[in-house]
Ligand binder design. Structure first.
Ligand SMILES: NC(=O)c1ccc[n+]([C@@H]2O[C@H](COP(=O)([O-])OP(=O)(O)OC[C@H]3O[C@@H](n4cnc5c(N)ncnc54)[C@H](OP(=O)(O)O)[C@@H]3O)[C@@H](O)[C@H]2O)c1
Length: 289
C-alpha cells in the first residue's frame, strides 16, 4: 500500500495535514447535482481514502446540494481526530443545477449551519469563502462584508479557520485585515498556471495553496508531453500531474477528486513518484506553451 506520508505535510491553519488529500465533489450525482449513481461506491471511496492515511478532505454543502456532506457523514462519522474537513460557502444551487452567488449575511450563516448539520459537527475545521465575482476565475471585488460575517461566526465558535477560494492576491491582502486567511483554493494545474507568482508569495507567508481541478477537472488533462513523461517513468499521466504539483511548491496541498476506488489508489500513489529534473523541465513547458 502507498505510504502517502512520503509526500510530506504542510500547515493548514493550526493543523498539519498530509500533502495528499481528497476532493469530494465527484461524489454527488452528474453535474455535482443530486445523488450519485452508486452511493455505496461513494462511501467505499471515502473510507478507502481515510484508511490510506488521507487526513484532509475538501467538500461543500453546495455539492448535491447537501448530498456530498451527507455521504461524508455516513461514511466517516465519528471522524478520526486527525481528519481536517474543509468546506466552502458563498454559492447556492438553482433548481436547474446552476451555481449562483450567495453572499448575504443570512445566506452565509445558513450555509455554515447547513454544513454543520449535514457533516454532523459542532464547528467547521476550515471554511473557504468561495468568491463569485466571476464564477470561472478570480476577479476583483470587495471581500470585507462577507468575511466579516464569517469572522463573526468564527468568534461564536462555529468556524475554526477561514480561507478564500477563487481569489486574487489583493483580496487575500484585504481579507487579512478582517480574518487570518489560512489557505487559498484556486484553479491551478500543469496547463493552467495563472497563479504561479501568487503561489510563491503564499509559500513565503506560510499559507497553504490548494489547487482545484489539479487533474484538469471535468475534462482531465491531456497532453502528449505528459503522456510521454509518464510512460518514461512507468507512471500514469494523472500521477505525473500530481507529482508535478507536489514538486512545484511545498505549500501546495492536493485534493484530487474521484468517484472511483481504482483512480483513488492511482492518485495516492503519486506520493511515491519523484520526478527527475528533465521531467520537470519538460512538464514546465506545457504551461508555457
Ligand atoms: N473552490 C472551487 O471553486 C472548486 C471548484 C472545483 C472543485 N473544487 C474542489 O477540488 C476538488 C478537485 O477537483 P475536481 O474533482 O473537480 O477535479 P480533478 O481532481 O482535477 O479531476 C477530477 C476528474 O478526473 C477524473 N479522475 C480522477 N482521478 C483520475 C485518474 N487517476 N485517472 C483518470 N481520471 C481521473 C475524475 O473522474 P472519476 O470520478 O471517474 O475518477 C474526475 O472526472 C473537488 O473534488 C472539490 O473538492 C473546488
Amino acid at each position: 500500500m502507498t505510504d502517502i506520508a512520503q509526500a510530506g505535510t504542510f500547515q493548514l491553519g493550526d493543523r498539519r495535514v498530509k500533502r495528499l488529500g481528497y476532493g469530494a465533489m465527484q461524489l454527488a450525482g452528474p453535474g455535482v447535482f443530486g445523488p450519485p449513481r452508486d452511493r455505496a461506491a461513494a462511501i467505499a471511496v471515502l473510507r478507502a481514502a481515510v484508511a490510506a492515511g488521507v487526513d484532509h478532505i475538501d467538500t461543500s454543502d453546495f455539492y448535491g446540494p447537501h448530498v456530498t456532506n451527507q455521504i461524508i457523514r455516513e461514511a466517516l462519522h465519528p471522524y478520526p481526530d486527525d481528519l481536517v474537513i474543509v468546506t466552502k460557502v458563498g454559492a447556492k444551487r438553482g433548481a436547474d443545477a446552476s451555481w449562483n452567488p450567495a453572499f448575504s449575511a443570512a445566506e452565509l450563516t445558513q450555509a455554515v449551519h447547513d454544513n454543520l448539520r449535514n457533516l454532523g459537527v459542532e464547528a467547521l475545521d476550515v471554511v473557504n469563502l468561495r468568491l463569485m465575482f466571476d464564477v470561472h476565475g478570480p476577479a476583483e471585488g470587495p471581500v470585507e462584508a462577507p468575511l466579516t460575517v464569517l469572522a463573526d461566526l468564527q468568534r461564536r465558535g462555529l468556524i475554526r479557520r477561514i480561507g478564500l477560494s477563487n481569489a486574487t492576491p489583493r483580496q487575500v491582502a484585504d481579507g487579512r485585515r478582517i480574518a487570518d486567511i489560512v489557505c487559498v483554493q484556486n484553479q491551478y494545474n500543469l496547463a493552467h498556471r495563472g497563479d504561479d507568482a501568487f503561489i510563491d508569495a503564499l509559500a513565503a507567508s506560510g499559507t497553504a495553496y490548494v489547487p482545484f481541478f489539479p487533474l484538469g477537472g471535468f475534462s482531465p488533462l491531456q497532453s502528449g508531453t505528459l503522456s510521454e513523461v509518464a510512460a518514461g517513468l512507468g507512471a500514469t499521466p494523472m500521477q505525473v500531474a500530481l507529482a508535478w504539483l507536489l514538486r512545484r511548491s511545498p505549500n501546495i496541498l492536493l485534493i484530487p477528486g474521484t468517484s472511483s476506488l481504482g483512480h483513488l489508489r492511482e492518485n495516492l500513489a503519486a506520493a511515491e513518484l519523484s520526478l527527475p529534473e528533465e521531467a520537470m523541465a519538460a512538464l514546465d513547458r506545457i504551461g508555457a506553451a
